[in-house]
Design a protein around this ligand. Structure first.
Ligand code: ADP
Ligand code: MG
Length: 255
């Protein structure tokens, strides 16, 4: 469909640990305007799939393309620079840094080793930092964490840490974000906010691949889901379609 070009394409992704195949010939195609859900029981290989897409782990075989560029062997930093952002199932903010500083560390234009830093004058660096702070504050406002910007990240609740993760990923100006269980450990009061922010992020033109166990969240966000079980794609369809399937119900009962 030319009106919905694929932004992220994975073909035949495979990964074994010690002879045990954890991700087995997984292919997916995410269109630029889409929120695609990834569901499946614990141990299905969902987080490992994200680690492979993000470059945190090398793949054994298969290929990964982002907006037509082959990223199969690219370093994680190169993937981030090309617009692939990800959050972790268990957020790891820098606990003693402030919320604002945590967001600013995710900026892509202030890498210490860059040519920019080597050649830049002190005033140019300072101007860059101020511009980053303005953007970081806008993003904190977007995720409703502005009131906490000067607090150390250690004081944040589980749900607020998930929002901080969203803020950090947005700071890197992604085209695609991989969200690993954004609702896990989040109290119901923040769940609606997180769902609403994911919708808003998608409306900005950012494609979303969403791992989530919370089926209410999946139902509200995802027109289409893929079900993973034992490293493979077991089913694809609407949330209503796949959750009716006997083979899908079976793997959840086994898991
Ligand atoms: P999910 O996110 O679907 O719950 P994971 O991708 O975390 O599943 O894990 C899939 C399987 O791979 C599990 O059996 C897990 O123990 C195993 N696994 C994950 N990471 C590693 C690793 N670094 N080394 C060995 N086994 C791993
Ligand atoms: Mg997981």
């Amino acid at each position: 469909d030319p009106s919905h070009p694929s932004i992220l394409e994975a073909r035949g992704i495979t990964k074994s640990f010690g002879g045990f195949c954890v991700v087995n010939d997984v292919s997916l195609s995410l269109s630029a305007s889409e929120i695609l859900g990834v569901i499946g029981p614990n141990g299905a290989g969902k987080s490992t799939l994200f680690n492979l897409l993000a470059g945190a782990l090398p793949i054994d075989s298969g290929s990964i393309r982002l907006a037509g560029t082959d990223l199969t062997r690219a370093r994680p930093e190169a993937r981030i620079q090309l617009g692939l952002g990800r959050t972790f199932q268990i957020p790891r903010p820098f606990p003693r840094m402030t919320v604002l500083e945590n967001v600013m560390t995710a900026a892509q234009n202030q890498r210490g080793e860059s040519l920019f830093s080597a050649l830049a004058t002190a005033s140019l660096v300072a101007r860059q930092e101020r511009a980053n702070a303005v953007r970081a504050r806008d993003i904190l406002d977007f995720v409703s964490l502005s009131h906490l910007e000067d607090q150390p990240a250690a004081v944040l609740s589980g749900g607020q840490r998930k929002l901080l993760e969203l803020a950090r990923v947005l700071m890197a100006e992604p085209r695609v974000i991989l969200l690993d269980e954004p609702a896990a450990g989040v109290n119901p009061a923040l769940l609606d906010l997180i769902i609403d922010r994911i919708v808003a992020i998608n409306k900005l033109g950012i494609a979303v691949l969403l791992i989530e166990h919370n089926m209410e969240m999946i139902g509200r966000l995802c027109p289409r889901v893929m079900v993973m079980a034992a490293g493979k794609v077991l089913a694809e369809g609407t949330p209503a379609e796949v959750t009716k399937r006997a083979d899908v119900i079976d793997v959840y009962l086994e898991g």
